[in-house]
Design a protein around this ligand. Structure first.
Ligand code: UGA
Ligand code: MN
Length: 317
């Protein structure tokens, strides 16, 4: 009897230990499986993006960026170029607001790793903001965007065969040097028939401005200021097909446009509200932000300079 009891205890003990072992092993396995699942997902995403990067049959995106010399210029261009490096088939048209190309931008672009065209167009003095003017007094970047359009039209007129066919599919976007752009934005605009539109975050004294879409059509605009402007949208909120730009030579920016009418001055030549193609999930997603960089304070620099101890002017900032 005692012997049988002992055997039973040993058996129960053995059984329990084995069961616990098995449960432990299963738990470990489960953990490993979910770890592997995570890794697999990451790998799949990686393959997807690197395949997209290799793709050359997607429509080209021409990005026109006006830029001008100031302390933060190189920092802005660096940030922008790092975004663009992730966008397949992007051609950057950088237009300096300068009488001739500067060394800083020339060297910067040469080292950027991007496909680019470097242009320059000085804003005439009477159209340029002066030190101390409020930033809204005169339109900024108008002459530079027009210079970018001129280059595109000249190139378009000269293109033949395969290249001309590629231009037919391309899209043009005006990207200021200080905004923040998500990568998804470029995939949204890549297929634009005429003019595509989407929301812009942190603009016009609002969390966002956007075209309001009903039954797939833009019917009005969500904006805090003068909603009756023909196109109450920020420059960052639309893209235009290159084909359309090439066939509408009168479409350009009016450097004398009233405050808030610069975008309208260009778009009026191209479309009506009814023609706009809403992107970013029918204009429900914010994929670009109208960020503005604070002007760096140079109080200490100025003080040190007076003593001949300023930062080495030969170091590019
Ligand atoms: C807003 C819009 O986002 C701009 O697209 C529009 O041009 C501007 O208003 C306007 O109404 O003119 P905001 O942030 O106030 O933009 O303008 P900035 O970012 O200071 O300038 C727009 C672009 O023009 C930038 O890429 C900037 O580098 C360039 N710029 C600015 C010049 O080329 N020259 C200048 O003297 C000033
Ligand atoms: Mn800006």
């Amino acid at each position: 009897m005692r012997m049988r009891l002992k055997l039973k205890t040993v058996f129960v003990l053995y059984f329990t230990v084995s069961l616990l072992g098995l449960i432990y092993a299963l738990m470990q396995l489960d953990q490993q499986i979910s770890q592997l699942r995570g890794e697999l997902q990451k790998l799949q995403e990686h393959i997807k993006t690197s395949e997209l990067a290799k793709k050359t049959d997607v429509p080209r995106i021409y990005v026109i960026t006006p830029t001008y010399a100031r302390l933060v210029q190189k920092a802005e261009l660096t940030r922008l170029s790092h975004t663009f490096l992730h966008v397949p088939h992007l051609h950057w048209i950088v237009v300096e607001d300068a009488p001739q190309p500067t060394l800083l931008v020339t060297d910067f672009l040469a080292a950027s790793g991007l496909t680019y065209t470097h242009l320059h167009q000085l804003t005439p003095k009477d159209r340029k903001l002066q030190e101390g003017d409020p930033s809204w007094l005169k339109p900024r970047g108008a002459e530079q965007r027009n210079e970018g359009l001129r280059w595109l039209r000249e190139m378009g007129a000269a293109a033949e065969g395969k290249e001309a066919a590629a231009l037919e599919e391309a899209v043009v976007y005006f990207a200021d040097d200080d905004n923040t752009y998500s990568l998804q934005l470029f995939e949204e605009m890549r297929y634009t028939y005429r003019v595509s539109v989407w929301p812009v975050g942190l603009v016009g004294g609002m969390k966002f401005e956007r075209p309001v879409v009903e039954d797939g059509k833009v019917v009005r605009f969500h904006t805090g200021w003068r909603p009756n402007r023909p196109f109450p949208m920020d420059m960052a909120g639309f893209a235009v097909s290159l084909r359309f730009i090439l066939t509408t030579p009168q479409a350009r920016f009016d450097g004398d446009a009233q405050m808030g009418f610069l975008e309208s001055s260009f778009l009026q030549h191209l479309v009506t509200m009814d023609d706009l193609e809403p992107k970013a999930d029918l204009c429900t997603k914010v994929l670009v932000w109208h960020t503005r960089t604070e002007k760096p304070k140079m109080k200490r620099e100025d003080a040190l300079q007076k003593q001949g101890l300023g930062s080495d002017p030969d170091v590019e900032v």
